[in-house]
Design a protein around this ligand. Structure first.
Ligand code: UTP
Length: 470
């Protein structure tokens, strides 16, 4: 067998083995192992097409139109369709056709939290972690529909062990351990601006996760899709690790997805400003797609329609339903399509020419999960309300921070109380004056809360720190 060193030389990447002869046998093995896992043909292609000849964004080459979506307002106007969708969705969940999937391999740089983001304490009173909130939502759903909902979680090489230990230390948050499937996403080497693979150390290649789009490959490689098939699961409900308001499993959404025989359905909210940093659902060359906020031309970002609303208003909250077959198609080795790569220009700590660790201007390669949309048959976009389903934890402070997310959870709880006939004192924006928390297992929706509240006799005193849980 050819030693990877020779292959790297053939591909013009000999610098990776520059220190090889001075390394201890253990370290030589480590570098060899890492190097063997790299697909050099793929790297050549990425360097050629994305580093040496940057494609740039050329919106003019394709006609961009806003994508159509099912408006939330139709819930009242077209009550029967929504009811039909819910019934179909509930039936699919009951039959065990649905699994949950969280992408949790990100590095969470903006939040600046040292552990895996899913372990971040986010509930307002109990300070439950994001993972615990999702676990409780899944338990509530399994109990309601008397079914098993396997949970797949994609970690990264960097945070896999810590994530596993967190679940294990917390007794899997009441889930059956065999129902929680953790697997790592793939990595790709970072390269410098000339396309040369960087070293994080003399015996280690500078690797980084291959983006949330890497989940399709990882789902196939890890055997998750095979497991799904064996269990008769054909719908994967995907969400990001940072949004505690997410409906992990939504029967309405699943019902529309099935009704449309869609291979990939996505949720949207109306953008709150032209420059909100979310991707936008668009129609390009007759395909539905998400255009990243940085790629949507300014003029389109601000364009208004005849009613005075933003024309490109349909923001992505990264909640999708995937047909298993689409994952198998795009994540496998079949030649009928694979996700494109994007470049991220970032500083990476790596060895410089002198063998010193320094901050190098590097290029990372990432795939985005929403790039699966143009490959999907009958893609569908369904609108939901921001206040009910989207308040991510991205930044340490300000917008999309732990503070704003806790506030949005509190506002949601206050609305549920109001629906149950209890008016909590709130400020003008609906934030309650006392801290409260409703556990997903007590109620995971307004309707469930109204019912659960009725059953409390006597009802608890509304006071600061009130927690409703089972
Ligand atoms: P973000 O784009 O917010 O990135 O990820 P991030 O890495 O979490 O945070 P920053 O940008 O470093 O501050 C959105 C979702 O995609 C997952 C994240 O875990 C999060 O759920 N993700 C991102 C992956 O699973 N893998 C990746 O390679 C990147």
């Amino acid at each position: 067998m050819i030693h990877p060193r020779h292959l790297f030389e053939e591909h013009g990447q000999e610098q990776v083995f520059r220190y090889f002869d001075d390394l201890s046998p253990d370290r030589q093995d480590e570098l060899t192992r890492q190097a063997s896992a790299i697909d050099l043909d793929e790297i050549d292609h990425l360097v050629e097409t994305l580093v040496k000849h940057s494609p740039g964004s050329d919106p003019s080459s394709a006609q961009i139109e806003p994508a159509e979506y099912i408006p939330y307002a139709s819930k009242e106007q077209d009550f029967l369709s929504w009811q039909r969708a819910r019934t179909a969705g509930e039936q699919a969940i009951r039959k065990g056709r649905v699994a949950a999937f969280t992408v949790a391999g990100g590095q969470g740089t903006r939040l600046g939290f040292s552990g895996p983001k899913g372990t971040f304490p986010i509930s307002p009173v109990r300070e439950k972690s994001l993972f615990q909130i999702f676990a409780e939502k899944l338990i509530a759903c399994s109990q309601r529909y008397q079914c098993n909902i396997p949970w797949f979680i994609m970690t990264s090489e960097e945070n896999h062990e810590e994530t596993y230990d967190f679940f294990s230390d917390h007794a899997w948050f009441g889930l059956q351990a065999e129902n929680v499937n953790l697997f790592s996403q793939g990595t790709l080497p970072a390269v410098d601006r000339e396309g040369k693979i960087l070293l994080a150390d003399k015996h280690r290649i500078a690797l980084s996760p291959d983006g949330h789009g890497g989940s399709l490959r990882a789902l196939v490689r890890s055997g998750a899709t095979q497991k799904m098939q064996a269990k008769g699961i054909d719908i994967l409900s995907c969400f990001q690790v940072d949004n505690p308001l997410v409906k992990c499993i939504d029967p309405d959404f699943i019902g529309f997805h099935l009704d449309e025989v869609s291979q990939l359905s996505s949720k949207t909210i109306v953008k709150n400003s032209p420059d909100e940093k979310v991707g936008v659902f668009c129609q390009k060359d007759n395909n539905t797609c998400v255009v990243e906020y940085s790629d949507l031309p300014q003029q389109l970002q601000h364009q208004l329609d005849s009613s005075g609303a933003l024309r490109f208003r349909s923001g992505s909250i990264a909640v999708h339903l995937f047909d298993r077959k689409l994952i198998e198609q795009l994540g496998g080795n079949a030649c009928d399509g694979s996700l494109p790569f994007h470049v991220a220009n970032k500083k990476v700590t790596a060895l410089d020419q002198k063998g010193q660790l320094s901050e190098i201007d590097a290029v990372k390669f990432e795939m985005f999960i929403f790039d699966a949309l143009p490959f999907a048959k009958n893609p569908l976009v369904l609108e939901t309300l921001r206040e009910s389903e989207f308040s991510p934890v991205k930044n340490a402070q300000g917008k999309d921070s732990p503070e704003s997310s806790r506030r949005d959870q509190q506002r949601q709880f206050a609305r549920w109380f109001r629906a149950a006939g209890m008016d909590l004192p709130c400020d003008a924006k609906g934030t309650p004056e006392i801290k409260i928390e409703i556990s997903p297992q007590f109620a995971d929706s307004k309707e469930a809360f109204v019912e659960a509240w009725k059953s409390l006799s006597p009802p608890p005193v509304l006071e600061d720190g009130l927690v409703l849980e089972l």
